[in-house]
Design a binder for this molecule. Sequence first.
Ligand SMILES: C[S@@+](CC[C@H](N)C(=O)[O-])C[C@H]1O[C@@H](n2cnc3c(N)ncnc32)[C@H](O)[C@@H]1O
Length: 345
Amino acid sequence: MPELDERFLTTADALPEGDYVSPGLAVVRLDACFPNLVTGDKLNHPWRYLRREIPHTWYIDKREPLMGFLDRDEAILLYNIARSFKGKRALEIGCWFGWSTCHLALGGVELDVIDPALANPLHLESITHALQCCGVQNAVRLYAGKSPDEVAKVATQHGGLWSLFFVDGDHEQPAPERDVEECLKFAAPDAAFIFHDVASPDVAAALRLLEARGFNILLYQTMQIMAFAWRGNITPVQHIPDPLVPWQLPHHLVGFPVSGAEFPGYPASLRMKAISQDLELQAKAVTIERLNTDLRDKAHLIEQHTAALDQQEQQIRQLREELSQRAWLLRKGYRTIRRLFSAER
Ligand SMILES: C[S@@+](CC[C@H](N)C(=O)[O-])C[C@H]1O[C@@H](n2cnc3c(N)ncnc32)[C@H](O)[C@@H]1O
């Protein structure tokens, strides 16, 4: 595990204007390892879920200006979450130029990374340089491929389960849900997912899927909204949103607890109770459906037996008719023979 290079440690005050980081978090600054990092033009960006109104700097790589990085607040949060998983295995889906990758790896996780962009030499060279510059190249394995298909391949190649997942790959429905479904097959009993861009309902659908599977959920009010979903013995990192921003929660996220924000109408304990009752109801619905299927099968069997009985009754009727016809013929023959005998006499 790499020792944190002192040259990356800094304080919130030393960051450029336009960057915000939550109090209480350790701050690193990796800009020196990303020579093409510049401020992006979010106002003219076409993605409908980009929260242009948040006055935090939106970073991009100047060679590919249409795809964004985690902003400073989000990257520092990611780094601090990774620190709380130090020494554990983690999987990142969607690394782009390795900005999030380096923050995760500096936090001390053993990281596998899946991204089709890694097949592009521009990305591979840039990310390899950044990992070396941060001194974390030995803690990171890169896989040029797409999730969810690549997930099982990577998992079987190295065995073991992942404790932490960072999902920032394909954002269009149903990709985030499919990513999560696949990752769950290889998740440790104590495991957590981090999502970026939960401002998009397509990404949030994956969060709801985890909630339905009994995961706890915590939102982070950052520019693009991050989310932490966990099960088992894990304590989420707390984050305080920038107090200068009048934060709004999109409709599809209302009801989830938000780190550092008090919403008296939505206490987390009540929400957890509602979720567990919902899970019980779902289990009962499954039992009812199974009983209904049994009943349908039995009704079908009864129908089949009734049809067989009808057919047998029909055959019996035919046999009776045949028998009575033969008896009639026999009687007729007998009468004819008697007549012939009496005529001979
Ligand atoms: C927004 S960028 C990630 C940014 C990065 N996490 C950061 O902050 O530095 C999204 C990335 O997801 C990748 N991606 C798209 N579809 C993917 C898939 N099916 N599997 C894995 N990665 C995918 C893209 O190639 C791109 O690199």
